[in-house]
Design a protein around this ligand. Structure first.
Ligand code: AMP
Ligand code: TRP
Length: 334
């Protein structure tokens, strides 16, 4: 346990998680749990940066923990907790804010995108989102952070802040590396394969939710936008739709992309889309069955959350005390 490197990642409990979250993040969380000391969080404080219905946020948090467990993250091997249950995250954010410049936050692509899509609510939290994320990561001496490609810029900022703090106050934080899946770091929308698949898309056919049933999943894949040249080859630049479907198929069926291309050689798009839909539905079904079982057991879910928060707090608080000491905050002792 001790000599393994620490890995940290999180997903926001907003809307329903998509197969993009699964392929880009959660599926890798499961695969990496033996190799690292893994800490997986549910980033509920991050959700507050856009308008949420309080009841839905609460429910989504509970359900995301059930999904983590149903996908195979093992609470005996990993620390699993809800971000707001460990106060150190908000506290470290305050300190890191004092070494972060508004210019570098204003430049973040996600901030610019969300400022456009949430024009009526461009709040300080939205801008500060990456600093909270840096705090999440830096509290745990994290060496690696598995995320999708959209988080690359935030990882860069985390590294910058860690180095800046260390330079100014002495060696404190481990400087983390992002790790990105070889395929599937960016699963694209089914209705517009030039856009990232996102759970906040207003078109429900653009994404497949991890909570969709078999019929819905197959229907959505049948409608997936592709192209008109009827060749099933992997070429993300020129054939974004088909390449996206091949990537999804590969992850859910366990077949390599090369083998999938061979398997579908000469087949029509209709056939292919149906097969992709079936593979995804088949992959999600056992997860759904388990998830619905776990969701019923509130005592178990709460106990996982409480134990996770206690273990996370122990590590996070140690780092936070060190930070407070380094920056010169007085500690009264008897
Ligand atoms: P979020 O839902 O924004 O909290 O994202 C949680 C994790 O899922 C992050 O690591 C994201 O990079 C990843 N993710 C979200 N959408 C996608 C996507 N379309 N393709 C691949 N990874 C994704
Ligand atoms: N910002 C991430 C996302 O939306 C979620 C997240 C919050 C995260 N804190 C993190 C990911 C720390 C990795 C590490 O995808």
């Amino acid at each position: 346990m001790e000599d393994k490197k620490t890995l940290f990642s999180a997903v926001q409990p907003s809307g329903t998680p998509t197969i993009g979250n699964y392929v880009g993040a959660i599926n890798n969380f499961v695969k990496l749990q033996d190799e690292y000391n893994c800490i997986y969080s549910i980033a509920d404080l991050h959700c507050l940066t856009v308008k949420q219905d309080p009841q839905s946020l609460k429910k989504a948090t509970y359900e995301l923990m059930a999904l983590y467990l149903a996908c195979g993250i093992d609470p005996e091997k990993c620390i699993m907790f809800v971000q707001s249950h460990v106060p150190c995250h908000a506290e470290l954010t305050w300190v890191l804010n004092t070494i972060t410049y508004p210019g570098e936050l204003g430049r973040m692509t996600q901030f610019k995108d969300k400022s456009r899509t949430h024009q009526d609510n461009v709040n300080m939290g939205l801008m500060d989102y990456p600093v909270l994320m840096a705090s999440d990561i830096l509290l745990y001496n994290t060496a690696v952070v598995p995320v999708g490609a959209d988080q690359k810029q935030h990882i860069e900022l985390t590294r910058d802040l860690a180095l800046r703090f260390n330079n100014r106050f002495g060696e404190t934080f481990t400087v983390p590396d992002g790790i990105f899946p070889k395929y599937g770091a960016k699963i694209m929308s089914l209705s517009d394969p030039t856009k990232k698949m996102s759970k906040s898309d207003e078109n429900i056919n653009a994404y497949v939710s991890m909570y969709d049933d078999t019929d819905t999943i197959i229907r959505k894949f049948k409608k997936a936008v592709t192209d008109s040249d009827n060749k099933i080859v992997f070429d993300p630049e020129n054939k974004a739709g088909i390449s996206n479907l091949l990537t999804i198929y590969s992850v859910f069926s366990g077949v390599s992309i090369e083998d999938a291309v061979k398997e579908f050689e000469g087949k029509g798009y209709g056939d292919f889309k149906l097969k992709v839909g079936e593979a995804v539905a088949e992959g999600i079904k056992p997860i759904t069955n388990k998830r619905l079982e776990i969701i019923k057991d509130k005592a178990y879910l709460n106990s996982v959350m409480i134990k996770g928060a206690e273990n996370a707090y122990r590590i996070a608080n140690r780092t936070l005390r060190k930070v407070y000491k380094k920056v010169g905050l007085y500690k009264a002792e008897l």
